[in-house]
Write a protein that binds this ligand. Structure first.
Ligand code: NAG
Ligand code: NAG
Ligand code: NAG
Ligand code: NAG
Length: 959
């Protein structure tokens, strides 16, 4: 910064000093003029002299530049001008193929090629015609390529040393492509983080590859979900986050690579295309903007940051192009300068040259529209908007993008987690597809575990995206968007042999690979295969495209076509041998069976009669300890009940917030009741939970709160470490001390609790030790859970020694339970119930690192071990948006239980079991209100949809 002159004027002394150093000080003005004239004359004379010498010796004329370097620079011009083109000629072999990987014959597979039948018009294909699974076909693979797809390939014609895999009719697809992952950039348990170079907002010059660790365990478990290729992007903290890389998940010799290296993971060893991550909206401005210091402070500033960077890159490109053009025209040796080359603008220059596929994180209309303006102003193409929650609202804006319409890289139903994501639709994919915009489904790993990215596509199908487009959304569509559409994403002759054989339709719940190949190399030496019924492909339901609308009825409604009844109050659980009728009058189920009289009456009176295909009746679902009703937008404190108190406990019932979108979505998915404790999101809670109805307008409505106080919750995950309890040992010690104090305070007698103490922590603790209130502890680590098991025994022993009249029955529930399989027997022996949240954990945090990620890597997941041990189990979620998926989560548990769960028992995981483990079966029975749900299709499967719910004298009908 300039220092002001004492008189308040700036000083120019430095500037004069520096110029005067280059000129002799003693020259006066006249002398200077004379000198200049002299210099000019000398120059002219020299020019004349050199001109006369040109013919004789050209080299001498040149500047002092290195000829060698000029030629190198000129060679760079060719690189700068290169336009990536996908090779069209047939490949002799896949460049990633390692000599030594044997040829492979996969016999008897049911194949999804990723293309419609030959001759299908584009219009028909879009409409879903011409797509099918090809039954009983073989696939022959050699040199990393798919060589032949045909039934009964004669084995004798094939090389001797081939391997043969019998698919036994199972479903076979191309490897899954997840075009948004940060895998390998942060270490197990999130201990290290190299996702985002947060030193500046504009860092197009950094590269994700420089931080990528091939040894991260997630590389293996992501692949165990069938994911063979990903775009590894830097994070979204910066407007320009840096270069991204497309890698395959084969790591090291055992996966058919030369060694464990980043380069061995490049999907395209030629690196024909480059990739870059950009991001708009809240992240960059929240990360960088500092009032009065630097931007971007607002979206206005972000647009400037983008344009300013692109302006500089444009200048850089022009300068290079001018140099190259001049070198073309005059010959490079005549150039007076070297080619300008700066790492800072090299990659962004390549964007402007069309060599880089830009992928931009953008949620909202202002962000999308501003970015589309930038593409037109600077003439570069954005290939996909990621997150893109509002793209479905503005397809025409997307179509205005320069160079081609970007795709939308979406989650199926992960939404509302920040303001930008608060306007979103589960039907976004279907709506975009209807407007000719390609939806793809991504994990943003670790946001979602990329292992299960195919589940996103499955849900998208359930929400109306045609089946073939949903499968394309995780295979051929991302492959094409990565510029690898002629190599990966399809099962087609000449394509890379990235292949998955599944144990069930990939768009069904719980779909799990049986084996995965990358470039023809088998990825799992000894894969675990779950025992499941023979897999059949889904028969896509064209009805799912049509959105159902909810109406409220007060009178009678008749449902026909009910084939499964799982409602204990009505008939007991069973699958009906014939289709039944369900009659609902004033919200009550009044008849199930043939109900002939009722049907006759309905036909004459004009009562609505709804005919279902494969109808189900079930009880409604319950969300337990999910922060439903206490948190609306995860990232926005104003929308929460608030922080947890350090001292004492609060009651959820005092803070419940009704009328939010999270509650509405849960309710529409059959989650009519919730039990929530004060929480800041996740499974960490502290205080007293309340039982309430998710559809209530407010807590004073009749039946809105069906239990003021359910249980006493404490946190024993890693977030238990706080100022007051700085270690896990102190957190467990503090809880022990509280419980022992409560024993000393004596058995509770509700009629004698002093008014003042009615709602105090010590009173709730007395209820806990007296057996009238459950203790609910969040914990993932097997070591913490073991401490809880010991704690329960210690406290019960203390109760036994005390003057309590009742037997010691501490009722303990663990929520979380990622590592609970390690202590399954002990949990069972001490009658501690476990609520798995999430159902399918991985190593998100250190205390979950021993999670079982499931087949083909591990022999099932935690729930199977708990079931085998006889532990009472429930399923909950980590993040509140997931409450709508409780039915599907129970479906995954059911599908992959290898017969350990009946359908009814799977439903109980998100209903009856909670009431049992909390000891409130009676409470729940009375005043629960909404009492039954009618579904079309299985409530535990993709595509099952609610057609009716009842209660409060009303029938909610969807048609
Ligand atoms: C693969 O290696 C074998 C043995 O070293 C060699 O005979 C063969 O020519 C190689 N094949 C190719 C395609 O390089
Ligand atoms: C293919 O697998 C199915 C299912 O296991 C079996 O029924 C069928 O016989 C097999 N076909 C051949 C040709 O092996
Ligand atoms: C509970 O307290 C009330 C009032 O002090 C007393 O009358 C009653 O006997 C107590 N009940 C028990 C079981 O101690
Ligand atoms: C998986 O565990 C079950 C017992 O729960 C056992 O019967 C089965 O053999 C195991 N499978 C494998 C492949 O280890």
């Amino acid at each position: 910064m300039d220092k002001p002159h004492p008189e308040g004027l700036p000083t120019y002394s430095d500037a004069t000093a520096s110029t005067s150093r280059q000129q002799p000080r003693w020259l006066n003005r006249r002398q200077k003029r004379r000198t200049l004239r002299l210099v000019a004359i000398t120059c002219l004379a020299y020019l004349a002299y050199s001109a006369s010498k040109i013919a004789g010796n050209t080299k001498k004329l040149e500047s002092t530049l290195s000829i060698e370097r000029l030629h190198e620079d000129y060679a760079t011009c060719a690189t700068l001008r290169r336009k990536p083109v996908e090779p069209t000629s047939r490949r002799e072999h896949n460049k990633r193929w390692m000599n030594g990987t044997k040829p492979l014959l996969i016999r008897n597979a049911t194949i999804w090629t990723g293309e419609p039948a030959r001759g299908t018009s584009e219009e028909d294909a879009r409409a879903g015609k011409g797509w099918s699974w090809i039954i009983s076909s073989d696939v022959f693979v050699d040199r990393g390529l798919i060589v032949e797809i045909a039934p009964d390939i004669p084995i004798r014609a094939l090389p001797q040393d081939k391997e043969v895999f019998d698919a036994q009719g199972r479903l076979l697809t191309a490897g899954i492509v997840d075009m948004h992952s940060h895998a390998g950039l942060s270490s197990v348990g999130n201990l290290q983080d190299d996702v985002n170079e947060l030193s500046g907002d504009i860092t197009p010059y950094v590269r994700s590859i420089d931080g990528l660790d091939p040894l991260q365990p997630e590389m293996q478990y992501i692949k165990s979900g069938g994911v063979t290729t990903s775009l590894f992007l830097p994070g979204s903290g910066n407007n320009m986050g840096g270069e991204a890389y497309v890698l395959k998940f084969a790591v090291g010799k055992k996966n058919g690579r030369e060694e464990i290296s980043q380069r061995d993971m490049f999907a395209d060893p030629d690196r024909n295309w480059r990739y870059m991550k950009m991001a708009c909206g809240e992240n960059p401005k929240r990360t960088y903007g500092r009032a009065g210091k630097h931007g971007p402070y607002s979206r206005l500033g972000e647009a400037w940051e983008f344009r300013h960077a692109l302006e500089q890159a444009t200048k850089y490109v022009k300068e290079q192009d001018d140099w190259c053009a001049a070198a073309d025209a005059t010959g490079v040796e005549k150039m007076r300068t070297y080619l300008k080359q700066e790492l800072e603008w090299e990659s962004l220059g390549a964007v402007l040259r069309g060599q880089v596929r830009v992928n931009t994180h953008c949620y909202t209309i202002p962000d999308l529209e501003a970015f589309v303006r930038h593409t037109n102003e600077f003439k570069f193409r954005v290939y996909a908007f990621h997150h893109a929650h509002q793209t479905f609202l503005v397809p025409e804006v997307l179509k205005r993008a320069w160079g081609g319409t970007p795709a939308a890289a979406l989650f199926a139903d992960n939404m509302y987690y920040k303001v930008e994501a608060y306007r979103a639709s589960e039907r976004a994919g279907a709506l975009l597809y209807a407007h000719n915009i390609t939806p793809t489904y991504v994990s943003d790993n670790p946001v979602l575990n990329s292992q299960h990215v195919v589940f996103e596509a499955a849900k998208a199908y359930g929400y109306g995206l045609p089946y073939h487009a949903a499968l394309a959304g995780v295979t051929s569509a991302p492959a094409e968007l990565l510029g690898l559409g002629s190599r990966i994403g399809k099962i087609k002759e000449g394509f890379d042999a990235d292949i998955v054989v599944w144990d069930s339709d990939p768009l069904s719940v719980g779909a799990t690979p049986v084996q995965v190949w990358i470039d023809g190399a088998k990825q799992f030496e000894d894969p675990v295969v779950l025992k499941k019924p023979a897999a059949k492909a889904i028969d896509p339901d064209p009805e799912l495209v049509n959105e159902l609308m909810m109406e409220v009825h007060t009178g009678t409604v008749v449902y026909k076509g009910i084939s499964h009844v799982y409602h204990a109050d009505v008939l007991g659980a069973h699958d009906a041998s014939q289709e039944l009728v369900a009659v609902i009058s004033n919200g009550e189920l009044t008849c199930i069976g043939p109900c002939a009289d009722e049907v006759d009456a309905a036909q004459t009176s004009g009562t609505p009669i709804i005919t279902l295909k494969n109808g189900y009746i079930t009880p409604p679902f319950t969300a337990f300890s999910s922060s439903l009703g206490l948190i609306e937008i995860d990232a926005e404190r104003d929308t929460h009940d608030g922080k947890l108190p350090t001292d004492g406990v609060s009651r959820a019932v005092d803070g419940l917030l009704f009328g939010g979108k999270q509650l509405a979505r849960a309710w529409e998915h059959g989650v009519t009741r919730a039990i929530s404790a004060p929480s800041t999101g996740s499974i960490d809670a502290k205080g007293v939970s309340a039982g309430f109805k998710t559809a209530a307008k407010h807590k004073l409505k009749e039946g809105a709160i069906w239990a003021d106080e359910v249980g006493l919750h404490y946190t024993l995950t890693l977030s238990a470490k706080s100022d007051k309890t700085p270690s896990m040992s102190s957190a467990i010690g503090a809880l022990r001390a509280k419980l022992l104090d409560a024993i000393d305070a004596g058995e509770i007698n509700e009629t004698s609790v002093p008014t003042k103490e009615q709602y105090e922590e010590k009173t709730y603790l007395r209820r806990v030790v007296s057996g009238s209130m459950p203790l609910i502890l969040s914990a993932h680590s097997a070591d913490t859970i073991a401490s809880i098991i010991r704690l329960k025994a210690e406290v019960e022993a203390a109760i036994a020694r005390s003057a309590f009249t009742s037997a010691p029955t501490l009722r303990v529930v663990v929520i979380g339970g990622a590592e609970s399989h390690l202590v399954a027997q002990e949990l069972s022996a001490t009658a501690i119930a476990v609520v798995l949240a999430p159902l399918l954990p991985h190593a998100q945090t250190w205390d979950q690192r021993r999670s079982l990620t499931g087949a083909p890597l591990t022999n099932g997941t935690t729930i199977n071990y708990l079931l085998d041990a006889g532990v009472l189990i429930g399923i909950s979620v980590e993040e509140v948006w997931e409450t709508r998926d409780l039915g599907l989560l129970a479906g995954i548990a059911y599908a992959n239980s290898e017969g350990r769960l009946s359908f009814k028992e799977a439903l109980d995981l998100i209903g009856a079991n909670f009431y049992k483990m909390l000891g409130i079966e009676g409470v729940a029975e009375s005043g629960r209100g909404v009492d039954w749900v009618v579904w079309e299709g299985s409530p535990l499967e993709i595509g099952g949809r609610i057609r009716g719910m009842g209660g409060q004298d009303k029938v909610f009908v969807w048609q």
